[in-house]
Write a protein of this length. Structure first.
Length: 65
Protein backbone atom coordinates (compact mmCIF):
# COMPACT_ATOMS: atom_id res chain seq x y z
CA UNK A 1 0.00 0.00 0.00
CA UNK A 2 1.19 3.48 -0.80
CA UNK A 3 1.19 6.25 1.77
CA UNK A 4 -1.02 8.94 0.20
CA UNK A 5 -1.13 11.08 3.34
CA UNK A 6 2.11 12.93 2.58
CA UNK A 7 4.92 13.57 5.03
CA UNK A 8 4.12 13.71 8.71
CA UNK A 9 3.59 17.18 10.15
CA UNK A 10 2.28 18.91 7.04
CA UNK A 11 -1.22 20.29 6.94
CA UNK A 12 -3.53 20.14 3.95
CA UNK A 13 -4.08 23.83 2.99
CA UNK A 14 -7.43 23.03 1.40
CA UNK A 15 -8.89 21.46 4.54
CA UNK A 16 -9.88 17.90 5.25
CA UNK A 17 -11.78 15.61 2.93
CA UNK A 18 -14.35 14.94 5.65
CA UNK A 19 -15.16 18.64 5.94
CA UNK A 20 -15.55 18.90 2.17
CA UNK A 21 -17.85 15.89 2.07
CA UNK A 22 -19.98 17.41 4.83
CA UNK A 23 -20.20 20.64 2.82
CA UNK A 24 -21.26 18.76 -0.32
CA UNK A 25 -23.87 16.80 1.62
CA UNK A 26 -25.37 20.03 3.03
CA UNK A 27 -25.48 21.88 -0.34
CA UNK A 28 -28.78 20.38 -1.67
CA UNK A 29 -30.62 21.51 1.47
CA UNK A 30 -29.46 25.10 0.93
CA UNK A 31 -30.58 25.01 -2.71
CA UNK A 32 -34.06 23.86 -1.72
CA UNK A 33 -34.46 26.76 0.71
CA UNK A 34 -33.39 29.37 -1.86
CA UNK A 35 -36.56 29.43 -4.04
CA UNK A 36 -38.81 30.05 -1.04
CA UNK A 37 -36.67 33.00 0.09
CA UNK A 38 -36.48 34.53 -3.39
CA UNK A 39 -40.24 35.15 -3.63
CA UNK A 40 -39.92 38.19 -1.32
CA UNK A 41 -37.74 40.28 -3.65
CA UNK A 42 -39.94 39.37 -6.62
CA UNK A 43 -43.02 40.68 -4.85
CA UNK A 44 -41.17 43.90 -4.04
CA UNK A 45 -40.08 44.24 -7.66
CA UNK A 46 -43.64 43.74 -8.94
CA UNK A 47 -45.04 46.26 -6.44
CA UNK A 48 -42.34 48.75 -7.44
CA UNK A 49 -43.15 48.39 -11.14
CA UNK A 50 -46.88 48.79 -10.52
CA UNK A 51 -46.24 51.89 -8.41
CA UNK A 52 -44.02 53.38 -11.12
CA UNK A 53 -46.70 52.78 -13.77
CA UNK A 54 -49.32 54.44 -11.54
CA UNK A 55 -47.08 57.47 -10.95
CA UNK A 56 -46.29 57.82 -14.66
CA UNK A 57 -49.99 57.51 -15.52
CA UNK A 58 -50.90 60.17 -12.91
CA UNK A 59 -48.24 62.58 -14.20
CA UNK A 60 -49.40 62.04 -17.79
CA UNK A 61 -53.05 62.57 -16.78
CA UNK A 62 -52.19 65.81 -14.97
CA UNK A 63 -50.03 67.04 -17.85
CA UNK A 64 -52.68 66.36 -20.48
CA UNK A 65 -55.71 67.31 -18.41
Amino acid sequence: MANNQGPQGTNDPAGSTQMFRAFVDEAPQARQAAPAASSGPRIGLIVGIVAAVVVIAAVAWLALG
